[in-house]
Design a protein around this ligand. Structure first.
Ligand code: HEM
Length: 328
């Protein structure tokens, strides 16, 4: 088959899959920006993109593009090395100015892949995968901002992400313009232009990713995502529907209309009452499930309250951006 057997066909596949991945990354850094401007809206997007059929199809498609891109990258590199023998870069008519990135696309890709493995463990495995498996974990799968908290409160996360972003910049800086060349757009007028557009595009995407990672690190270390009142209300709304199975619709209604603080009182009060030996005989077979469920909810509340806000008064509720101090 032309696409897999010929060098031109393989480059064509690299270009098409690469273009899709560039578009995904552009969308991804814009979506992350929502978490800076409006963290609660970010969680709503996470809820929307959870394990619904359309999100699952998009994720499976994306995974397929990533896998094909990697397989063809390895095939092309091996083919180039076989063709050139040990003198990998001794193509005599290649200009001296040949970019460092173009010679190191595979290595850069491996660094990005390593970053991606860490990234998937920190986010995807705890969000979409948990939903697919139907598991109940301490943090609700749609609470994206709590996973930002978990990831970016680790001091090494920012370092690992910045290494990934730098590798991504070099990879895209070469990849964006060369994918046009691979599909036959080899004009001497357009290639220099495409190089400029590619450099700008990847710089904007990568700078945005770096800025986001820095803001998330600062906010996580202030424990903003645990303590912000608007986010806490939202976390409460995420778990309340789960009360239906054990406590019925009336409980869901009462808890839904309660404020976060009232919710905490009600759940902790109920948990205390359930410790009473009479509760076990009153609820019979249902008791075990109810007490386990309440224990899980109390653990979640304790988790949210485990780290008070570092500068509580300086946190503007909706944005997470420090509000001007009123103290002299
Ligand atoms: C500040 C940097 C970043 C943050 C905070 C971030 C955050 C996230 C979050 C919250 C998810 C959602 C997980 C889910 O719902 O399953 C996700 C998914 C993902 N991210 Fe990132 N991300 C960042 C950078 C990157 C970069 C640079 C790449 C690629 C090199 C990347 C690749 C992915 C992929 C492939 C997915 C899975 C998408 C899917 O399941 O459809 N992310 N990321």
């Amino acid at each position: 088959m032309w696409l897999s057997n010929s060098s031109v066909g393989r480059k064509f596949i690299m270009a098409i899959t690469g273009a899709v991945l560039v578009l995904f990354l552009t969308f991804h850094c814009l979506m992350n920006a929502v978490a800076i401007a409006w963290p609660a809206a970010y969680n709503s997007v996470c809820l929307f993109l959870g394990a619904n059929w359309y999100a699952l199809i998009a994720s499976a498609g994306l995974a397929a593009f990533i896998v094909v891109h990697i397989i063809y990258a390895v095939m092309l590199t091996l083919q180039n090395r076989r063709a050139r023998g040990h003198e990998r870069y001794a193509v005599s008519h290649r200009p001296k100015s040949v970019e460092w990135s173009s010679q190191n696309m595979l290595v850069l890709g491996i660094v990005i892949l390593a970053f991606l493995v860490v990234h998937m463990i920190q986010f995807w495995a705890k969000m979409q995968l948990v939903e697919i498996l139907g598991e109940h974990t301490k943090i609700p799968a749609a609470a994206g901002t709590l996973f930002l908290q978990e990831a970016f409160q680790q001091p090494w996360t920012l370092i690992v992400y910045c290494i990934g972003f730098i590798a991504l910049w070099f990879h895209l800086n070469h990849g964006i313009w060369s994918m046009f060349q691979s599909v036959g757009w080899d004009s001497t007028v357009w290639i220099p232009r495409l190089k400029k557009i590619g450099a700008w595009w990847c710089s904007i995407v990568v700078v945005l990713f770096i800025a986001e990672a820095v803001v998330f690190t600062v906010n996580a270390n202030r424990h903003f995502y645990l303590n912000d009142p608007e986010l806490r209300e939202q976390y409460k709304d995420m778990v309340v529907p789960e009360y239906e199975d054990d406590f019925g619709p009336a409980a869901v209604q009462a808890l839904s209309s309660a404020s976060y603080d009232d919710y905490v009182q009600m759940v902790k009060g109920q948990y205390q009452q359930m410790q009473n030996p009479q509760a076990a005989s009153y609820f019979g077979d249902k008791y075990e499930g109810m007490i386990n469920f309440l224990q899980h909810q109390v653990d979640f509340i304790d988790y949210l309250e485990s780290h008070p806000a570092v500068d509580e008064e300086a946190v503007a509720p909706s944005t997470g951006v420090a509000a001007p101090s009123t103290q002299k």
